[in-house]
Design a protein around this ligand. Structure first.
Ligand code: ADP
Length: 404
């Protein structure tokens, strides 16, 4: 079975074509600056011979339709494409950021599903409109191919009521869906399954904390295979200190800013989404630059780093307590997979709680199958590269397989 995975943002579109027989990547690509005259196209075909064919160029990408057409052109290019035509694709798996209350699992797209996704738009106005638009375009371009939606919120539908709700007037939940949903579910699910496999346990028998630390970041508490708490909330603004989002904040600060600076809702949203977090603290949002600046004595970069780590430790500690028994802590995503300094700082001084990081293994996790805890550490610590494309493809294949 061949699955095309599509993951789009408001001005970008990522895709991967996977052959599920052996879970092999056949091709992948990225379209950036959609809507601009100098759109950017990256495409890579993993040829059957083992050779990799790569193209990279600029071209106008007027809209998402043009971007998806460009992706199909690359996938089916006569000498260098992975397939002869779209008829060789068995299903398309779309990542959708917010599934609201309605979606708890991957779902085959039909008119009713599209209506239900439309209703989630107020909950994710920055993400879901582009997701919905691309599903519609893909249905037009590939009318014969089943389309499946995989939601970033779905893995967290198991949050118990006491972790799911805000202490606000109940009618806001009932009438407007104001509650915690959680995000990065595809990633937390993928690395948790992989961690359980490494522990030699079934997912239902593993208690884990997964730390997805990228530009966007969240931590998840997983009890016997199910998400029971996670640091993001109704939107991806809550929780950790992120690249440009500040995470947890006293809501009174927003009221104060609105009053003192006469800021509108849109202006406040821009600050929360794009001007806060690491960037707000030190003007940089790439952890590599921040590490370098902190090493050379930049005090604001040092504070940004310290706050990032402090917030991670806050959630790791809280979730270990909530879980009662913890089998493993997992680091993933851009920072979690690559930044040994952050991982060491997150685990510093926790040996008496059972988290015993091996500093040598932490520097070269790839030489130790990702295990960075010392031999005999009661709680294992792993670095597990996330693979959201594969997880979406697996879930899509399962849905399509179940309809025969
Ligand atoms: P997202 O998918 O949320 O955009 P990623 O998971 O790709 O984010 O992570 C991107 C972040 O990972 C970058 O902003 C950068 O800070 C960090 N990163 C990537 N490589 C390294 C590295 N070698 N060391 C430290 N941080 C890194």
């Amino acid at each position: 079975m061949r699955i095309l995975v599509v993951n789009c943002g408001s001005s970008s579109l990522k895709y991967q074509l996977l052959d599920m027989d052996g879970e092999r990547i056949m091709a992948r690509g990225l379209m950036e600056r959609i809507g601009e005259s100098n759109g950017r196209v990256f495409h890579r075909t993993h040829m059957a011979s083992g050779r990799i064919h790569e193209v990279k160029f600029e071209t106008p990408l007027t809209d998402h339709r043009a971007a998806l057409r460009q992706a199909v052109r690359q996938l089916t290019a006569s000498d260098t494409g992975a397939i002869a035509g779209p008829e060789e694709i068995d299903a398309v798996g779309h990542r959708v950021v917010h599934g609201g209350e309605a979606f708890r699992e991957p779902t085959l797209v039909d008119a009713a599903v599209l209506d239900a996704i439309e209703k989630t738009i107020p909950l994710a106005p920055l993400h879901n409109p582009a997701n919905l638009m691309v599903i519609n375009i893909a249905r037009e371009l590939f009318p014969q191919i089943p389309q499946v939606v995989v939601f970033d919120t779905a893995f967290h539908h198991t949050l118990p009521p006491h972790a799911r709700h805000y202490a606000l007037p109940w009618s806001y939940y009932e009438e407007l869906g104001v509650r915690r949903y959680g995000f990065h579910g595809v990633s937390h699910q993928y690395v948790s399954r992989e961690a359980a496999r490494r522990l030699g346990r079934s997912p239902e028998d593993a208690n884990l904390i997964t730390a997805h630390l990228g530009n966007g970041a969240s931590i998840c508490a997983i009890k016997e295979g199910a998400s029971v708490n996670t640091s993001m909330g109704m939107t991806p603004l809550q929780g950790l200190v992120m690249g440009t989002r500040g995470g947890d904040i006293d809501p009174g600060v927003m009221l104060y800013l609105a009053r003192c600076l006469d800021m509108s809702v849109d202006e406040l949203e821009d600050v929360l989404q794009n001007e806060s977090g690491l960037k707000g603290l030190c003007g940089m949002n790439d952890m590599r630059d921040i590490q370098k600046a902190a090493e050379s004595g930049d005090a604001s970069a040092r504070l940004a780093l310290d706050m990032f780590v402090h917030r991670c430790r806050h959630y790791i500690g809280a979730y270990a307590f909530e879980l009662g028994r913890l089998d493993a802590l997992i680091f993933t995503a851009g920072i979690g997979e690559n930044d040994a300094v952050i991982r060491a700082a997150c685990c510093e001084g926790l040996a008496s709680f059972g988290l015993n990081l091996d500093p040598l293994k932490n520097r070269t996790p790839e030489d130790h199958q990702g295990e960075i805890s010392s031999t005999g550490s009661p709680i294992k610590i792993y670095v597990i590269p996330t693979n959201e494309g594969l997880e979406i493809a697996r879930q899509t294949a399962k849905v399509v397989g179940s309809i025969g």
